[in-house]
Ligand binder design. Structure first.
Ligand code: ADP
Ligand code: TRP
Length: 322
């Protein structure tokens, strides 16, 4: 059975763009079996240098994923740093990563262009990511378009390793989520934590209601028909949460005239809030039993490590280390 693996960087609070673009497809993929999902806490070290913040983000992401339907009985779910062998494989792969290839990495170039002062960790990021993937005999890696180049680099390193030391590592295939719609943010641009236009999956009710009620609309009166109702941001977001019939009814009423923007935004808030109500309850339960969450991650680490040890054994033997 092909193995699917992906990593989630604990760099902040998750929003509904992350949910529809990355989490839900990953959770749905559990129906096909053999899924490996991990929290990339080593990766977060390239941007977060506060231990308490890392701990908080890591736990928050674990709660989010479990609450939204990651089933640890089906998927292997662990913290990257609980399997430190990944750093050993990173070294092996690093010796096969050509400098020219590393220097062409978009994410590194983008970050330094934005003025982030580069460190070796940021530069080596794609090698650690390759190790994440290759350590678990992964076949498929679902990622956003921004990670495509990292997957090409991963394949390149796996092929080079196999050429140098004999067939050892599985060469993975990227699964680029082209078909997932880009979820718009509160200002109509792509929702992203870097643009400050997010609707969080979980958060304070009052603050979230205020965010949604604060979406800026045009100055047409409620009575005026709106032939462009399908392009209305609140309608687009409502379609994510309401049934197709309910969403079509709101769109129809907006188009015909008579539906005010305030009432539309109120409906959007209610549908959004209800959509996550079961997950919110589960998250609160999980947050009240952190020992259980820790046990889930530890069990995941044991299962992940069992695979990692086999792959490392093969890799060490292949390169003549022991
Ligand atoms: P952000 O842009 O908020 O920093 P990330 O880059 O951390 O988000 O996103 C993690 C994953 O979530 C991405 O690889 C992508 O698949 C998905 N994602 C993020 N924002 C959106 C969006 N607005 N619409 C659809 N998917 C998204
Ligand atoms: N770099 C990925 C991101 O920023 C996260 C990640 C780390 C990852 N290791 C991975 C994704 C391995 C897939 C496979 O989104």
């Amino acid at each position: 059975m092909p193995r699917t693996l992906t990593g989630i960087t604990p760099s902040g609070t998750l929003h509904i763009g992350n949910y529809f673009g990355a989490m839900r497809p990953a959770i749905d993929a559990q129906a096909q079996g053999d899924c490996f999902y991990f929290i990339a806490d080593y990766h977060s070290m390239t941007s977060v240098t506060d231990a308490a913040e890392r701990r908080k983000n890591t736990l928050g992401i674990a709660l989010d994923w479990l609450a939204c339907g990651l089933d640890p009985n089906v998927s292997v779910f662990w913290r990257q740093s609980d399997v430190p062998e990944v750093c050993e494989l990173m070294w092996m792969l690093g010796t096969l990563a050509p400098m020219g290839l590393m220097e062409r990495a978009h994410s590194y170039k983008d970050k330094t262009a934005k003025g982030i002062s580069p460190n070796f960790g940021l530069f080596a990021y794609p090698v650690l990511m390759a190790a994440d993937i290759l350590l678990y005999d992964t076949h498929r890696v679902p990622v956003g378009k921004d990670q495509k180049q990292h997957l090409e680099m991963t394949r390149d390193m796996a092929i080079k390793f196999n050429e140098a030391y004999g067939e050892t590592l599985v060469v993975p295939e990227p699964v680029i989520r082209e078909d997932v719609a880009v979820i718009p943010g509160l200002d109509g641009q792509k929702m992203s934590k870097s643009y400050g236009n997010t609707i969080e999956i979980f958060g304070d009710e009052k603050a979230l209601r205020k965010k949604i009620m604060g979406i800026v609309m045009d100055s047409r009166t409620p009575a005026e028909p709106k032939p462009d109702a399908d392009r209305n941001l609140a309608i687009q977001l409502l379609k994510l949460f309401a049934s197709p019939e309910v969403a079509a009814d709101f769109e129809h009423r907006l188009r015909a005239g008579g539906l005010g923007y305030g009432d539309l935004k109120k409906a959007l808030f209610e549908h959004y809030w209800n959509h996550f109500s079961a997950a919110r309850a589960r998250r609160a339960e999980l947050a009240a039993s952190l020992d259980h969450v820790e046990a889930v991650l530890r069990d995941g680490a044991l299962r992940a490590r069992a695979v990692a040890e086999q792959v490392m054994g093969r890799a060490r033997r292949a390169c003549g280390l022991r």
